[in-house]
Design a protein around this ligand. Structure first.
Ligand code: GCV
Length: 708
């Protein structure tokens, strides 16, 4: 990825005379930066160890994927160590690693051999070798064997036909629909390279709130052109589809999944798509959720709906990813219970090529949720995990919030079903119920911003999703360190400053926005500021007051047996731990319990004091990062230094808004004094109640899905 920010002559002049580039970096190259390694000895050692590179594939035949591996290794070695490797291609002997995506790297006596179960596995091996060099790790006598734990590792984009991105904070959609298929933006290839470098192998370029236009012949050709660019990098394209397409596009009287005309319509549509995109992955469907049409419109189940599409793509090897994110206007006792209630009776009723995609928690990507009770509750159905990389509820692209710790929390959560040790990671990798169709997906945070993700630290989340999709056992600390070294270099001062910031950030954001299990207390439309007072939206479960239930007696949602009993959807071991105040962790306290303001916490303080102190602690953390970041001046390029410095100052401001608004609002019920450590609010409550978010595409869900 070159970074064409300056005219060529000016860039050359600047590079030669003033080393200008060292002071400016726009972040475009993401973690694939191949700047020269400063340590001469290390360069020499790497140069000797990689004098000959052998790519061993099952066929030994050159392909566009092998060419991509060749190009990547050449660019990386040229950049990192200044050497021109000799790269040869061979047919692998008997030692092919098991699994089409598995690879082995063996290095000895100046030759490194990358053997793959397929061409794409060799590309993954090439990126793994390059990563080692970027991390300055030893590569003498190298023996590496690696394979992904989950078979479909996906990005889900929420990009709209008009170029906006629902909940996107990094500019406009990467996909230039007006120009496609004739004009191919070079960025598409860079996008595919970034995915392949992490082992991500699927993309859904368009919003789950879909538009029928995407299934028209004209748009399918555009999507096919994208698929052609992505193919050498092992990235398969999937599509979303509006369930009502047979009516809206096909002019059929209904979209009933059991109607033969509807069945034929989808079969024909699948044929049409596969004729253009032979390796089309299949469909990702949001149905009967937030106003989207679906099979329930025709009194059919989600299984009927999914099976219709599954049958259409099955002859071509396609799959259907059916989302379990459902809730409707008729909120019964608790929105958190709806997906489980609707989906568990359908276990065993889905076709083999259907996977049900479940968000990490039962509400909606809140900064912290307990794991979704569906994990562990549908043993006969492959379940996918969906997480949100884009920071809808974590500060958009203006706040640092490294999300690996959040995803690890859910991946490592023990569902206790069918027995202890059945973590969400093992449910989704198929280990518990012996499924081979396994999926993990992240809602992308990419856009046309030069740095891809809207701020210089946000690509860490894209990176983390990719790495965890490959191997959910990696730790947050390992991922944070890898990303930092690849993105900002191996200077220990830099690494020791940035890694702790990343690792602390998610907890800090929680502290200043929704601590102790508070959730869904954000402003309407725009989800990055406080709105705990909102109580007038047309549906009960869109209102923050529905979730925090603050009153003179206390605060929190009682989800125990005395309340909604959402806890009853978990295994008894989990439910009893969270139901009992003696064992319920503080972080889930107000998610599961309604407690008096003067409830005595483990710390000995009252609940009210703890709430206030958490808000304050969040701000203190951001202030700490501002200080530590300032020590990096001169240690990293000025462009990324200054951009991040500004971002942190904005984050501090936004954190204060959260704190001052929420604590003053809750104080109207608690009627208790604020602790002495707590700073005086900048403005009275009314000021915050009147704040209005700017109108942006990201803050405004698509027209087909009116919601808060
Ligand atoms: C794509 C949240 C977001 C919506 C999003 C929805 C979903 O509710 O606010 O913008 O719609 O999740 O996951 O379908």
């Amino acid at each position: 990825m070159t970074s064409p920010r300056l005219p060529v002559w000016l860039g050359a002049l600047a590079l030669g005379l003033f080393s200008f580039n060292a002071r400016a970096d726009d972040g475009y190259r993401l973690w694939l930066r191949y700047d020269r390694i400063a340590d001469e000895k290390l360069r020499a050692a790497y140069s000797a160890a990689t004098a000959k590179l052998v790519l061993a594939t099952p066929t030994g035949v050159d392909s566009s994927t092998v060419a991509a591996a060749h190009d990547e290794l050449t660019a990386a070695l040229r950049g990192l160590i200044g050497s021109e490797p000799t790269i040869t291609l061979t047919k692998s002997a008997t030692d092919v690693p098991p699994g089409a995506e598995a690879f082995a790297i063996q290095g000895r006596n100046g030759t490194v051999t990358i053997t793959g179960g397929s061409d794409i596995a060799v590309l993954y091996g090439a990126f793994a070798l390059v990563r080692r060099l970027q991390l300055n790790q030893p590569i003498d006598d190298l023996v590496v064997h690696d394979a992904p734990k989950i078979s479909r590792r996906m990005l889900n984009h929420w990009d709209n036909l008009n170029g906006t991105i629902e909940r996107g904070y990094a500019g406009r959609s990467l996909w230039q629909w007006d120009d496609l298929p004739g004009k191919i933006d070079p960025r598409y290839r860079d996008y595919a390279r970034a995915l392949a470098s992490l082992g991500l192998n699927g993309t859904v370029p368009i919003n789950v709130n879909s538009n029928i236009q995407f299934l028209t012949p004209g748009y399918l050709k555009k999507i096919a052109a994208l698929a052609d660019v992505f193919r050498p990098y092992g990235v398969r394209v999937f599509l979303t589809a509006r369930y009502s397409s047979p009516v809206e596009l096909g002019k059929l009287p209904n979209a009933d999944p059991l109607d033969p005309a509807v069945i034929k319509w989808w079969h024909d549509k699948a044929e049409e798509i596969y004729a253009l995109i032979p390796d089309f992955g299949g469909f990702l469907i949001k149905a009967n959720s937030e106003g989207q049409p679906g099979p329930q419109t025709y009194h059919r189940t989600h299984a009927d709906g999914a099976n219709l599409l599954a049958d259409a793509v099955a002859p071509h090897g396609g799959i259907v990813i059916w989302r379990a994110f459902v809730y409707d206007a008729d909120v019964k006792d608790d929105r958190a219970k709806q997906a489980y209630t609707e989906f568990t009776p359908l276990d065993g009723k889905f076709r083999d090529n259907v996977v049900v995609q479940v968000k990490n928690g039962p509400i909606d990507f809140m900064p912290r949720e307990p794991f979704h009770p569906l994990f562990g509750a549908m043993p006969k159905t492959p379940l996918a995990l969906e997480v949100q990389i884009t920071q809808e509820y974590n500060g958009g692209s203006s706040e640092l919030c490294f999300l690996a710790p959040m995803w690890k929390e859910v991946l490592d959560a023990d569902t206790f079903r069918p027995q202890p040790g059945s973590t969400v990671a093992r449910v989704i990798d198929g280990g518990i119920d012996h499924h081979t169709l396994t999926v993990i997906a992240g809602v992308a945070n990419t856009g046309t911003d030069r740095n891809w993700c809207g701020n210089q630290l946000a690509p860490a989340n894209w990176y983390a999703l990719g790495r965890l999709a490959w191997n959910p056992a990696l730790t947050s600390a390992q991922i944070a360190e890898e990303w930092t070294r690849q993105t900002f270099g191996n200077d220990s001062r830099v690494v020791q400053t940035i890694v702790p910031m990343l690792l602390a950030s998610r907890e800090a954001v929680l502290n200043y926005s929704m601590p102790l299990g508070l959730h869904h207390i954000m402003a309407t439309n725009h989800h990055q500021g406080p709105g705990p007072w909102v109580d007038s939206l047309s549906r009960a479960d869109w209102n923050p007051t529905y979730y925090h239930r603050a009153d003179a007696q206390g605060v929190g949602f009682d989800r125990t047996a005395t309340g909604s009993n959402a806890l009853g959807q978990y295994a008894p071991e989990v439910a009893s731990r969270w139901a009992d105040l003696a064992t319920c962790p503080d972080e889930f306290l107000l998610w599961f319990h309604h407690l008096p303001w003067d409830y005595k916490m483990r710390s000995g303080k009252t609940l009210w004091a703890e709430i206030a102190l958490h808000y304050q602690a969040g701000i203190d953390s951001v202030r700490g990062w501002e200080k530590s970041w300032s020590t990096l001046r001169g240690a990293i390029d000025d462009e990324r230094f200054i951009a991040t410095q500004k971002l942190l100052s904005r984050q501090e401001h936004e954190a204060r808004i959260w704190r001052d608004a929420c604590t003053q609002y809750f104080a109207t019920f608690a009627k208790l004094p604020l602790p002495s450590e707590y700073e005086k609010p900048e403005h009275p409550l009314d000021f915050y109640r009147k704040l209005r978010a700017p109108f942006t595409a990201a803050n405004t869900p698509s027209v087909s899905a009116p919601k808060p």
